[in-house]
Write a new protein. Structure first.
Ligand SMILES: C[S@@+](CC[C@H](N)C(=O)[O-])C[C@H]1O[C@@H](n2cnc3c(N)ncnc32)[C@H](O)[C@@H]1O
Length: 330
């Protein structure tokens, strides 16, 4: 009799054990491992109890084993990731692999071969609402970020900083930015002869950028409340002004007054050797429906459809692409 009970008990244990082993996953053996983190031990014990339950449905059992797999193999997965990271670092150090863009070496402006100067005119802060200043801050921040990521950053100036705290307080880490700063405005800083104010309202179409001049972009989001303002100011100051040659190279569904960062991106692209067409198409978001013109000025292919994701949109470091369009007329 005693022998029968003993056999029954042994059979029970065998059944229990078989419920706790699947392929290479052995719950009891893992629980005996003294290196198992406490958090995983508790989780495994809970899963074990659930698996031993009598009336457990097949799909539930499958799900529980998936969780067991996840817990038991956590350490192996982490070790594997560590090895991969180590290998990647070694490959980068030995030149077998390019560093990821995010970690690409930052070239300081002073070391850049690109000597083209762009100034963001921060003196316009008092013409904006607080919400507009916040949006402007985001666009200025984006200009700084994309410039910093370039192989050849251009010389970025922030001018009109005197009394512009309402604006600069929105710029994250501003104190440490690698930019040229000027309390004065662009005219006093560069001299009348050396500046060109970029404005979509100008009659003059820009031919190209020159290292001898500084190109000013109005750091302003105004939703067309101040249409023509920067042009008017440029005329009053007696300085040159020009619009980017958008009409010459693209047809756009929407208006041709750009956001600060799209304008800056075009300058940056061009300064880094892209053609005007490429510089514009890569900077302007697809929703603006820009289409390249052919040599006869006819509408051509929608390059944005071909090459939709322009380089910066998906980079978390750069934040969201700005969507604060300025609704000026073309
Ligand atoms: C949102 S717009 C501001 C519009 C503002 N009402 C004005 O009078 O300039 C921001 C800045 O981007 C630049 N910008 C926008 N579109 C441009 C274009 N098509 N050509 C040249 N610069 C442009 C200008 O410097 C402009 O001040």
């Amino acid at each position: 009799m005693a022998g029968k009970v003993e056999t029954a008990r042994e059979e029970g244990t065998a059944v229990e054990n078989s419920l706790l082993i699947k392929g290479s996953l052995d719950i009891e053996a893992t629980l005996r491992d003294s290196d198992l983190p406490e958090k995983d031990r508790l989780k495994l014990k809970t899963l074990r109890d659930q698996l031993l339950a009598q009336d457990i449905a097949k799909h539930r059992r499958k799900k529980l084993w998936k969780e067991v797999d996840w817990v038991i193999n956590r350490k192996r997965r982490n070790d594997q990731k560590k090895q991969e990271r180590k290998k990647r670092r070694l490959e980068i150090r030995t030149g077998v692999r390019e560093p990821s863009q995010k970690r690409a070496k930052i070239v300081r402006m002073a070391d850049s071969d690109c000597k083209i100067k762009v100034a963001l005119d921060l003196s316009l802060h008092d013409l904006m609402t607080e919400a507009e200043r916040t949006k402007t801050g985001k666009q200025v921040q984006r200009c700084y970020a994309i410039n910093r990521r370039m192989e050849q950053p251009l010389r970025l100036y922030l001018t009109g900083l005197r009394d512009a705290e309402a604006m600069t307080k929105n710029l994250f880490g501003f104190e440490n930015w690698d930019v040229f700063r000027a309390e004065d405005d662009h005219v006093s800083h560069f001299g009348k002869e050396k500046v060109v104010y970029l404005t979509g309202d100008s009659e003059v179409e820009l031919e190209d950028f020159s290292e001898d001049e500084a190109y000013v972009i109005g750091a302003m989001v105004d939703h067309n409340r101040h249409k023509g303002l920067t042009l008017k100011r440029a005329i009053e100051a007696g300085i040159r002004h020009a619009r980017l040659p958008l009409d010459k190279y693209v047809d756009m569904k929407s208006r041709k007054v750009l956001t600060i960062d799209h304008c800056f991106q075009i300058v940056l692209n061009r300064a880094n050797g892209l053609s005007w067409q490429e510089s514009i198409m890569r900077a302007i978001p697809a929703r603006k429906g820009a289409q390249l013109k052919d040599d006869d000025g006819n509408e051509g292919v929608d390059e944005n459809e071909k090459e939709h994701d322009h380089a910066d949109d998906s980079d978390p470091d750069l934040g969201k692409e700005s969507d604060d369009e300025c609704h000026g007329s073309s």
